[in-house]
Design a protein. Structure first.
Length: 499
């Protein structure tokens, strides 16, 4: 898939241990010199100083190596030795000694009045396991308050590299240079807001990384080739049919958005089974859609259940949708996508949840964090505390392909595979975008893609469509789900045309 593999910090440590036997030279020396390379490119040639903030761990070691290399290149370098202790690694001790022998400037507190071209953040690394201490939080605040660009080594200090959580306080970097592989926390939750541009330097450990269980960073280059170019000798049946079931009173729009998105994403036929007694007989905006009963929609090749379906007023009551429609959806021997109130029905009805988990046909679940929390019997905060873990648990529990939506949507599968989506922007945080995504997933399944590809392609395409809208000035403020669905069609055709 993507050229960027994602490893948890514990797996990074295993790669580092193996690398000692197969990768020539010191990883710390390689990393520090790589930091110096990026720092040179970021620091304007103005004569202003580069402030290197060195912590006590391996990140601090990388920082000392980088500081020595930068000074050798005649940059003015000031090292803020945050703890004042001797570095643990031999390479770092030698780099610090070399820096001091050359009369390099070292300070123990923020250098007031110093004109800075760049700050290099080597304070805390990927091993952070608790909230930062008060003095460290104060230093992080000073880094964030300075006007200079910030280069973070491996991970912005204070950001949990595994989950993307801020541990009390975190550096907001202009750029992050991370080593060996990407880390999940750089790309999900708060990571995208704090890392800036992310560059991965494998330090020549690529083979060792791919030998580890790892996730993938989902981007356009990874998925664009999955949608096959269409042959001339085809008909609408060649591209499958999608049934959208939902749209109770006052929420018909949700089902119509999903249905329109499925049509625009390439399904040959789309029928919406609307639950509202006042449902329209036709969609004036998209007359190609077939509107009818739930039974009509159930005849389609792929089913999408839940958009605008209506939710029980409490966990002890059962809506008509849960009592009849969800039972039929769970029993259907065809691919099923559950979103919105389809997911809430599972959370409130153990019998339904067991029936869905026992399905033999493919199942795809598309919860946002609150829905994921209900499905897991936990809270939104628990899900957000470790989005990858939550997605994998849902995939295992329901034997399904799962996406937990949000900043850095996490896709997970019951075989333990997972990925984090790199596309998308805040414009997608608007009503109806979840409905559009569910319709797109249904369309990919209808066109014959395997569930793991259908889900990831739809998630990445949905985000890329939002990005394309913003690139031409439509959003992020006020970007609508309908505009995203139209842009997704344009992108799909562009991807197919270049194959």
């Amino acid at each position: 898939m993507s050229a960027i593999a994602l490893l948890q910090p514990a797996d990074i440590a295993r790669v580092e241990a193996s690398a000692r036997d197969v990768v020539p030279g010191s990883l710390m020396l390689r990393a520090g010199r790589s930091v110096a390379r990026v720092a040179r490119a970021m620091a304007a040639d103005t004569g202003d100083a580069i402030l290197v903030v060195a912590g006590p761990g391996n990140n601090g070691g990388d920082a000392w190596v980088a500081a020595a290399a930068l000074r050798e290149d005649f940059h003015r370098v000031v090292v803020l030795d945050a703890k004042g202790t001797e570095p643990r690694a031999a390479e770092a001790r030698e780099a610090k000694a070399s820096f001091l022998r050359a009369r390099g400037e070292v300070v123990r507190a923020w250098p007031e009045g110093l004109q800075l071209a760049l700050v290099v953040d080597g304070l805390l690394g990927i091993g952070l396991a608790r909230d930062v201490e008060a003095d460290v939080a104060t230093l992080i605040a000073r880094i964030n308050e300075c006007a200079a660009p910030v280069l973070a080594i491996d991970v912005p200090s204070g950001l949990d590299a595994s989950t993307g959580r801020v541990r009390g306080a975190a550096v907001a970097a202009t750029r992050t240079l991370t080593f060996i592989a990407g880390k999940p926390g750089l790309y999900t939750l708060d990571g995208p807001d704090l890392c800036g541009e992310v560059e991965v330097d494998s330090l020549e450990c690529d083979t060792l990384v791919l030998q580890c269980p790892h996730g993938d960073l989902l981007d356009v280059d990874a998925v664009a080739s999955w949608m096959p170019r269409r042959k001339r000798n085809t008909h609408k049946g060649s591209f499958g049919s999608v049934g959208i079931i939902g749209g109770t009173r006052g929420m018909v729009g949700a089902a119509l958005l999903a249905a329109r998105a499925a049509l625009l994403a390439g399904a040959g036929k789309v029928r919406a089974g609307l639950l509202s007694p006042e449902a329209p007989a036709a969609d004036a905006l998209q007359p190609e859609l077939m509107l009818g009963t739930v039974d009509d929609a159930m005849e389609m090749d792929v089913l999408v259940g839940g958009p605008g379906a209506g939710r029980s007023p409490s966990a002890t009551s059962v809506s008509m949708f849960e009592r009849t429609v969800m039972t039929a959806l769970a029993a259907a021997a065809k691919p099923l996508v559950l979103d919105a109130d389809g997911l809430n029905a599972l959370a409130f009805n153990g019998e339904l949840a067991r029936a869905v988990a026992a399905r033999k046909a493919p199942t795809v679940l598309t919860p946002h964090p609150a829905e994921a929390g209900r499905l897991l019997g936990s809270s939104t905060a628990d899900v957000q505390a470790d989005r990858v873990r939550a997605a994998l648990e849902l995939a295992r529990r329901f034997h399904a392909a799962v996406v937990i939506k949000g900043a850095g949507s996490v896709c997970a599968f019951h075989d333990g595979a997972w990925s984090i989506n790199a596309t998308g922007n805040p414009g997608l945080a608007s009503a109806g975008n979840g409905d559009v995504l569910s319709g797109m997933v249904g369309a990919m399944l209808a066109q014959g893609l395997e569930p793991w590809r259908a889900l990831q392609l739809a998630v990445c395409l949905h985000g890329a469509a939002g990005d394309a809208c913003v690139a031409r000035g439509v959003g992020p403020v006020g970007l609508t789900a309908s505009e995203v669905a139209l842009e997704a069609r344009a992108l799909l055709n562009a991807w197919c045309a270049r194959r």
